[in-house]
Design a protein around this ligand. Structure first.
Ligand code: KG4
Ligand code: ZN
Length: 339
């Protein structure tokens, strides 16, 4: 089975071709980062226009790189939410057009499910597993027992962790997206120099809170203005260490909240590309008898291979969507805790 995946929900236009034996035949991506950098974040209107310009040639490239044509496909999977609706519409309308013209199954994929199931594309990973989904807009622990079967254990009560990285980057005057830039800065810093809070530490459950941490970074930055390069590196390292401590402490609680016999701990989403956080979570997993699964960096951040993969998982279960499917700008993986 071969599926074409399309991703246009944020600032990456992406198309990929994936086979059901977990082979990524092609994975093409055009980042709009430089176009959005002057504005310090993604401008939805500009993103939608850029997706419109790039998607068609990108799909042609993905097919060519994979050495297939539309006639070799068994389905078209596309991110249908959550995300910036203009961009999502560009992807969904394109996918529907191809599906209609070629009479192919159409699969409307939840972007978060793309991140959630990436571990099964990159590793021989069975259900159930514990998932920590950390991206620019989401931060949650989920118990995953099957395709479409998610139990929410905890989530952020304010900022997502990627959002915290991006806001802290702005304090340092670093370009959007801030996560990779803060990580680079932190590598040269002393993470013990500044004392920062560990929000929700000691509380039961595995919810997160990061907005106080970001404010604490801002206050220290203001107090030490003008920041020397070493001050910035030390503050970035102290921030990253505080995030690692929070994720670790919350993960310990999440381990205890599992109902299914999970042996695997999967981390996914853009922030999972952070090497320091991966190392911390991997060490913690091993110490508690979990195998740790983290996708390669290029499959942590947004991509279309993960969307094609969800298409494959759903087609295997006989699931597909109608061409009347309406894109969903806000689309949680599961409605609330205990659902
Ligand atoms: O999953 P993703 O590509 O897009 C969303 O669906 O949100 O995640 C993007 C987020 C951004 O906030 C970015 O700053 C963060 O992931 N990020 C990182 C790193 N690479 C990307 N955060 C920390 N360290 C990184 N190396
Ligand atoms: Zn994402």
């Amino acid at each position: 089975m071969i599926v074409l995946g399309i991703e246009t929900s944020c600032d990456e236009t992406a198309a990929a071709v994936v086979r059901d034996d977990r082979t990524i035949l092609s994975n093409s991506l055009i980042s709009q980062i430089s176009g959005h950098q002057p504005y310090g974040g993604v401008v939805p209107e500009n993103a939608a226009r850029a997706h419109l310009d790039h998607l068609h040639p990108l799909i042609e490239k993905a097919l060519k790189d994979a050495d297939v044509t539309l006639d070799n496909l068994d389905g078209i999977a596309v991110t249908a939410g959550p995300g910036l609706i203009g961009g999502v519409l560009v992807g969904v309308m394109t996918a529907k057009a191809i599906a209609a013209a070629k009479n192919l199954p159409f699969i409307a994929v939840n972007h978060l499910e793309g991140h959630a199931l990436t571990g099964r594309l990159t590793h021989d990973l069975p259900f159930p597993f514990l998932l920590l989904l950390i991206s620019g807009g989401h931060c949650q622990f989920l118990e995953v027992t099957g395709v479409g079967q998610y139990r929410l254990l905890g989530s952020t009560i304010d900022d997502a962790v990627g959002e915290a990285f991006d806001k802290v980057a702005r304090i340092f005057g670093l370009d959007y997206p801030g996560g990779p830039a803060v990580e680079k800065l932190a590598q040269k810093g002393n993470g013990k120099r500044f004392s920062l809070p560990r929000p929700l530490k000691g509380r039961e459950g595995c919810d997160f809170s990061f907005s106080g941490l970001k404010t604490a970074v801002r206050m220290i930055a203001e107090k030490h203005t003008p920041l020397s390069p070493q001050d910035k590196a030390d503050l970035a390292a102290s921030f990253q260490e505080a995030i690692a401590d929070c994720l670790e402490e919350r993960a310990l609680n999440a381990f205890k909240m599992l109902q299914a016999p999970c042996k695997h701990f999967v981390v996914a989403g853009g922030v999972a590309a952070n090497a320091a956080l991966r190392l911390r979570l991997s060490t913690l997993s091993t110490a508690h008898g979990f195998s740790f699964v983290a996708p390669p960096l290029e499959l942590c951040t947004d991509n279309a291979a993960m969307i094609a993969w969800v298409g494959i998982e759903k087609l295997r279960l006989g699931q597909q969507d109608s061409l009347n499917f309406i894109p969903v700008p806000r689309w949680p993986l599961c409605a609330s805790k205990n659902s």
